[in-house]
Design a protein around this ligand. Structure first.
Ligand code: SF4
Length: 216
């Protein structure tokens, strides 16, 4: 019997327009070996949390989503689960080859390129990479990323016009889940955004879902 490939997932979202080009499915993986000061995703850092999902199930979920342009992998550190994510992209593109792929990483592109075969396999399947650790002292209202050291690296020619577009924050999105929980996604345009949002919502009687996020 073939071995079941599993991915440890912190959260997933079926439609998001602030973490990459167009409308995208997003998977936040669970676990990151880095500890960037000011990381807004503390709940995704331990490797022993999250939900374990079969890659085949995640592929079915993505392939069944109408109107998306692609999928974004956030975290946590996607390259800590590179083999499973590469397998996921192969399964998705077998059925929906038009979907683009983007990933965040706390590692620099050059380091990932020198990494093992799993990391290189994931790189080969991506159209866009946002690379590098979050550096709080360099925080800015930047497109899809939190600090000025981070880069949007085009790995294919799928998005040739990105460099000509304004490098300004895409903002955040709030969502209300079917169970009534409130969550948010996106790259905070200002430091301390999450704490401020949680305080303001709490003052109005709302509790933010603890896995709401994107880091960096
Ligand atoms: S900002 Fe990203 S790379 Fe840094 S600790 Fe948080 S999840 Fe890991």
């Amino acid at each position: 019997m073939a071995e079941l490939t599993l991915l440890s997932v912190a959260r997933r979202l079926d439609r998001c327009t602030v973490l990459g080009p167009g409308a995208r499915a997003v998977i936040w993986v669970q676990g990151c070996p880095l500890r960037c000061r000011g990381c807004v995703a503390a709940e995704t850092l331990p490797f022993d949390g999250g939900t374990t999902c079969p890659v085949a199930e995640l592929a079915d979920w993505i392939c069944g989503l109408p109107g998306i342009e692609g999928v974004t992998f956030s975290g946590g550190e996607p390259f800590s689960q590179a083999a499973a994510l590469a397998e996921l992209l192969d399964a998705v593109r077998a059925r929906r080859p038009e979907l683009s792929a983007m990933a965040y990483s706390g590692y620099r592109y050059e380091a990932l390129r020198r990494g093992g075969p799993d990391r290189q396999a994931l790189l080969r399947r991506l159209d866009l990479l946002v690379d590098g650790p979050y550096v709080a002292s360099r925080h800015g209202g930047l497109r899809w990323r939190g600090s000025a050291n981070q880069r949007i690296v085009a790995l294919t020619d799928r998005y040739p016009d990105l460099a000509a577009q304004p490098d300004t924050s895409a903002g955040i999105e709030l969502s209300v889940e079917t169970d009534g929980t409130l969550s948010w996604a996106g790259v905070p345009p200002t430091p301390g955004f999450r704490e401020g949002l949680e305080e303001r919502l709490a003052a109005r009687g709302f509790v933010l879902h603890t896995q709401a996020r994107r880091e960096t």
